[in-house]
Design a protein around this ligand. Structure first.
Ligand code: IPE
Ligand code: IPE
Ligand code: MG
Length: 224
């Protein structure tokens, strides 16, 4: 049975779900939050230590302003309403990506990170304004400034994921098979599951089915 320390999820398909069932993409984003809560609960039950959720990519700024604003309002309300609960559950929240938002949202994100920084049951990485290429460029720039060698160890140390294991498992919902600039370095040896269901329809049963299948994969890492 494979150990499972880190699950990463590309939560895709909100817009299509919203159009199909509620006639609006934004309704799909709202419904997607329910899946987030379910998956957090299930991650704890499975005793997984790291959960990385792709919530907004560096490319998602190309969406209509109305949708972008809706997404950030949703996030803000979610954090305001849930941070106490996450904290009580001993969950640590970390933001991946550059925090270039409104001063109000930046402050809220910093406060949530600070409040939960000592928690140890589960670390949730929320990838927000995150792009893997931009993360790698940042790492290379820091290596250059520090004038240290370009090697695997130094690259890992200068990524935003420096203090965590690489994802063992990547799940992308929404019936699309691509990485969309997510954790390109860190996913080098992850087991990847592309799931047909749209994110708001993804539930605990689906998650546990994937985890079960993952546990039984023969992971080679180049060996035989
Ligand atoms: C993923 O769902 C959520 C975000 C990118 C914020 P989408 O909004 O991409 O949903 P689809 O892929 O258009 O259905
Ligand atoms: C990836 O989904 C980003 C998030 C889930 C946050 P997208 O829906 O933005 O990906 P593309 O653009 O279809 O590749
Ligand atoms: Mg999408």
């Amino acid at each position: 049975m494979n150990p499972l320390n880190h699950v990463a999820i590309i939560m895709d398909g909100n817009g299509r779900w919203g159009i199909k069932y509620k006639k609006s993409r934004n309704a799909g984003h709202k419904a997607g939050l329910k899946s987030v809560e379910k998956i957090i609960r299930e991650t704890i039950k499975n005793k997984i230590k790291f959960l990385t959720l792709f919530a907004f990519s560096t490319e998602n700024w190309k969406r209509p302003k109305k949708e972008v604003n809706y997404l950030f309002n949703l996030l803000e309300n979610f954090l305001i309403n849930k941070i106490e609960d996450l904290h009580k559950k001993n969950i640590k929240l970390k933001i991946l990506g550059s925090k270039k938002f409104s001063p109000r949202l930046n402050k809220l994100l910093n406060n949530c990170e600070k409040k939960t920084s000592k928690n140890s049951r589960l670390q949730i990485n929320l990838a927000l304004n995150y792009g893997s290429k931009s993360e790698l460029i940042g790492a290379f720039k820091r290596i250059k400034i520090k004038n240290i060698n370009i090697n695997e160890k130094n690259i890992i140390k200068n990524l935003q994921t420096q203090n965590m294991p690489d994802p063992d498992l990547l799940i992308r919902t929404g019936n699309t098979k691509r990485l969309s600039n997510f954790l390109l370095w860190q996913l080098a040896y992850s087991e990847i599951f592309f799931e047909k269901k749209l994110w708001p329809a993804f539930n605990s049963k689906d998650y546990n089915r994937i985890i079960k299948e993952y546990r039984n994969i023969k992971r080679n890492f180049g060996k035989i």
